[in-house]
Design a protein around this ligand. Structure first.
Ligand SMILES: NC(=O)c1ccc[n+]([C@@H]2O[C@H](COP(=O)([O-])OP(=O)(O)OC[C@H]3O[C@@H](n4cnc5c(N)ncnc54)[C@H](O)[C@@H]3O)[C@@H](O)[C@H]2O)c1
Ligand SMILES: O=C(O)[C@H](O)COP(=O)(O)O
Length: 591
């Protein structure tokens, strides 16, 4: 393939396995012959990375960028499904350059997946997999806004992190210079576990085995779970004031950022010892340095830092009462193989369109619910598409109600997926945004579109998840007045029959048409011969009619004819249909 351009270009090789042969024709007019498996990027050195040009070639396999070292078993699994580009130690600019060529990105804690990364991806990046627990290095809001799923691997490194917490606890209790320092014993001492989640509770379990008295603070933890392992849940201040050792195990969030600061250190017992294998950012490091200098904190053992690796000249790092490791909590063979497989399976599943059990920014919908709802997913999207195409006037779509009629109890009906697909159907035909389960609520909110849901509980056996679904757009005009129901709003109903989506009502008119291809809706005065006339016009235009259905209020009164067509009729054909005297209005709707 040859590429010719009229300005200076600097070829970047974003996929490791690309081979290139470049043949400059002149300094300002370059052309290359490139042989490559899937796609490439080139850029001007004089422009910002935004001016990078990406060329994608036809390649059915997705591309997964693995930006940090991942266990072999995970890589093998990824390779069986996708092109895998293992490029470690990328600069932020290099990551932004590559990302528009990637469908998925896998990182550990060392890569910052910023808003810019999602912007540069140009919509191609569908999944970010975090091979570990903490997702504080991923801008999850930006991911959601761009419809990109974020998944983590939350369980496989729990034990490794807990073991490392205990290792730091015991290591800190002795010091090298035996003539100068004496260590402390753990038995009988009080350990406060701050954050009683997966790692925190495993640390608590192990510390009890060392004979420690363990208390925990976690505003969201269950007292029963704590009680089951002999741990008392206490308030934050109680934990601070009574602990000889404090071990941090909460996530880094805006609420936990620097929650250990001058104020909180001042509430601790003098001579307390601190362990942090959670995230550096939960501690104000300058305040910790002051607390170490003043002796409030006798010793600290840190695996994690605000900046990683911490600067060599950091006074905290050089402090003689500090024990430190370079974020090794998850670095065991077992944990790394575990997270690699866990994340590889989740990313491959997500790229295949399956919902991930460990999704961070999308509702988790169990596989069996998903398969039961699959035909309704198609129905809701199509109802959304049809409803929005019926809108006319200038008032704008602001409020949409989705009504689900079901014999199932509300707790047995998970409608989040259906709400997302109605939103997709409503928004995609009228905008350039891509809507999915991840960003549907965000996009709706951003557009000022309020989606409400109502469940009509039906009698009878709940064999089908839903009997019918209605999409109702309030306070708008319609380009097909018959779609306006008695309430004055656009209303269309649909149902699933034999696993396929059907339109069953338009406004107040019953219809019965399979939702495929395109639809022509006509309102006419009910009289013989109309169906034949419309059919003839379409036949003359070589448009294949897949079905026809007529719903009427009463014989001889108003009727709505629904015609399914495989090909889109020309403007001339539509004009001829509109010219049939009995036809009062008609509209073409694309599915
Ligand atoms: N050093 C490492 O290599 C390493 C390895 C694994 C996990 N981690 C980190 O350890 C932390 C815990 O991981 P996990 O798998 O146990 O997560 P988890 O979600 O299972 O547990 C976190 C707990 O913190 C609690 N919490 C939230 N806000 C809190 C607050 N303000 N005060 C007290 N508790 C609060 C939550 O309720 C939850 O129970 C995370 O920050 C994770 O990134 C580090
Ligand atoms: O949050 C985590 O899972 C740990 O901090 C491990 O991070 P790592 O994958 O960068 O070692």
């Amino acid at each position: 393939m040859a590429v010719t351009t009229s300005f200076h270009l600097n070829f970047t090789n974003p996929l490791n396995n690309i081979t290139t042969t470049t043949t400059p024709l002149s300094s300002s007019f370059l052309s290359w012959k490139i042989s490559l498996p899937s796609s490439f990027t080139f850029s001007s050195p004089h422009r910002k990375p935004k001016s990078f040009i990406t060329v994608s070639l036809m390649n059915s396999k997705p591309t997964i960028l693995v930006a940090e070292k991942l266990g072999e078993a995970g890589i093998d699994l990824l390779k069986s499904f996708a092109n895998v580009d293992c490029s470690y130690n990328l600069s932020p600019e290099e990551l932004c350059t590559k990302i528009s060529l990637c469908d998925a990105l896998i990182v550990r804690s060392g890569t910052k997946v910023t808003r810019e990364v999602f912007e540069f991806s140009g919509g191609r990046l569908k999944v970010v997999g975090r091979a570990g627990v903490g997702i504080d290095n991923v801008d999850v809001s930006a991911a959601t806004e761009h419809g990109c799923l974020v998944i983590n691997a939350p369980t496989a490194n729990t034990i490794a992190a807990a073991e490392h917490g205990i290792a730091l606890l015991t290591a800190m209790s002795r010091k090298w210079q035996r003539n100068k320092y004496v260590g402390v014993s753990l038995v009988g001492k009080t350990l406060a576990v701050m954050g009683f989640g997966k790692v925190g509770s495993e640390v608590a379990r192990r510390a009890k085995g060392l004979g420690m008295h363990v208390i925990a603070h976690d505003p969201y933890a269950s007292a029963d779970r704590a009680q089951a392992i002999g741990v008392e849940l206490v308030t934050f201040d109680e934990a601070l004031s009574s602990a000889d050792f404090i071990s941090m195990h909460m996530p880094l969030t805006p609420a936990t950022s620097q929650m250990f600061n001058d104020d909180t250190f001042s509430k601790m017992k003098k001579g307390v010892r601190i362990v942090n294998v959670a995230r550096g950012g939960v501690i104000d490091e300058e305040a910790l340095l002051r607390a170490l200098d003043s002796g409030i904190v006798a010793q600290a053992a840190l695996d994690v830092f605000i900046e990683e690796p911490p600067p060599n000249d950091s006074k905290l790092v050089q402090h003689e009462s500090l024990t430190l490791t370079p974020h090794l909590g998850a670095s065991t063979t077992e944990a790394q193989e575990g997270v690699a497989v866990e994340i590889a399976e989740a990313v491959v599943g997500a790229l295949k369109g399956e919902l991930a059990a460990t999704a961070v920014n999308a509702p988790m919908v169990p596989a069996e619910v998903l398969s039961a709802l699959a035909p309704y997913v198609a129905l809701t999207e199509k109802l959304g598409r049809l409803a929005v195409q019926l809108v006319a006037g200038s008032s704008g779509v602001k409020s949409v109600k989705v009504t689900y009629a079901s014999a199932r109890a509300p707790d047995d009906l998970d409608t989040r997926l259906l709400r997302a697909t109605v939103t997709k159907g409503l928004i995609e035909p009228i905008s350039s945004v891509f809507v999915n389960l991840v960003n549907a609520d965000f996009i709706a909110k951003q557009r000022g579109l309020k989606i409400t849901e109502e469940l009509i509980l039906l009698d009878g056996s709940p064999e089908n998840p839903l009997e019918f679904i209605q999409v109702h757009i309030a306070n708008v005009e319609s380009k097909f007045a018959s779609a306006i129901a008695d309430s004055g709003d656009i209303k269309i109903d649909g149902r699933v029959k034999d696993g396929k989506p059907y339109l069953t009502k338009v406004g107040s008119f019953p219809v019965d048409v399979s939702l495929e291809g395109s639809l022509i809706l006509c309102r006419q005065v009910d009289q013989p011969g109309i169906i034949g006339k419309v059919g003839r016009i379409l036949a003359e235009e070589n448009v294949n009619v897949s079905f026809m259905s007529v719903g009427r209020t009463a014989p001889g009164k108003q009727a709505v004819m629904t015609i399914g067509v495989d090909e889109e009729p020309s403007g001339v054909a539509l004009k001829k249909i509109g010219g049939i005297p009995a036809i009062e209005e008609f509209v073409l709707l694309k599915l």
